[in-house]
Ligand binder design. Structure first.
Ligand SMILES: Nc1ncnc2c1ncn2[C@@H]1O[C@H](COP(=O)(O)OP(=O)(O)OP(=O)(O)O)[C@@H](O)[C@H]1O
Length: 256
């Protein structure tokens, strides 16, 4: 049984067929890329995989469990974690609070425990703080744990978003343009972090990325989406030389 199985996923917004018959199978430890020009439907695929959008047709199965009818937080708790193309951060909260907040999906002490304290709550709070600090160390941000997130440079905010996504213990991590707006130094850092997460946790990763060099260096297989349909799928070398992919990017700078 695959970790993730997406079967003929489609969505329509009025007259626009944003995604049509999208299929994907992933196993633990797979690292895949999803590329395509602006408006191709990449983020829409992520939104359907995480319960933000309801597909018109098709199925998303995580370990054979259908996500249909479940809320985004329930799907996250079952193992699909993600980051967002546009950062979703609460600027008045600290870096540590952000990551800890994501850990709360795993607490067991309940409302009564939250009000009346007790040993279990203390123990779980300590565990959550330790886990959040470990994740911040993984993304190189432990020394900024007490800083307000709004004070971090942009690249660091994106790394914090990865730590936050990891705090829900995902089985599969969806990264939506993790390098957007980054400078070359930040690019190197994010590449190392993704390699570490993939290597250390053997986590399945699906990456949306505009920088083709980045996605081709990281991913074992890549799908190219154009006008909502997968026009090519294969190893980086096949995608690089695929006539339809080249055509889809024609007139644009292909940033290898
Ligand atoms: N909630 C929505 N309602 C209506 N149209 C939408 C909605 N979400 C996305 N779209 C449209 O669906 C198409 C695909 O959008 P999507 O954001 O998935 O593209 P993308 O490949 O992620 O693009 P980019 O690389 O620019 O982020 C676009 O035409 C977009 O305007």
């Amino acid at each position: 049984m695959p970790l993730l199985e997406i079967k003929d996923l489609s969505i329509r917004f009025g007259g626009l067929q944003a995604v049509k018959n999208y299929n994907l199978t992933m196993n633990p430890g797979d690292i895949r890329g999803l590329i395509g020009p602006n408006g191709a439907g990449k983020t829409t695929v992520f939104n359907m995989m995480t319960g933000i959008l309801t597909p018109t047709e098709g199925q998303v199965l995580l370990n054979n469990w259908s996500i249909e009818g479940f809320q985004p937080y329930q799907i996250a708790a079952r193992g699909i974690g993600r980051t967002f193309q546009n950062l979703c951060l609460w600027r008045h909260m600290t870096v540590l609070e952000h990551v800890k907040m994501a850990c709360y999906s795993k607490i067991t002490y309940g409302l009564f425990g939250a009000f009346f304290g007790g040993a279990r709550r203390k123990r779980e709070e300590t565990q959550m703080t330790n886990k959040a600090m470990d994740l911040l160390a993984l993304v190189g941000l432990d020394q900024f744990a007490d800083q307000l997130v709004g004070n971090l440079p942009y690249g660091a905010q994106r790394r914090m978003e990865i730590a936050r996504a990891l705090a829900t213990d995902p089985k599969i991590l969806l990264l939506d343009e993790p390098t957007a707006g980054m400078n070359p130094e930040e690019l190197d850092q994010i590449m190392q972090i993704i390699r570490l997460v993939h290597g250390e946790y053997k986590m399945a990763i699906l990456l949306i990325e505009h920088r083709l060099k980045f996605v081709m260096e990281l991913c074992e297989r890549i799908q190219a989406l154009v006008f909502g349909e997968v026009i090519a799928e294969g190893e980086p070398e096949e995608i690089r030389n695929h006539p339809q992919v080249i055509e889809a990017y024609l007139g644009k700078e292909i940033e290898y």
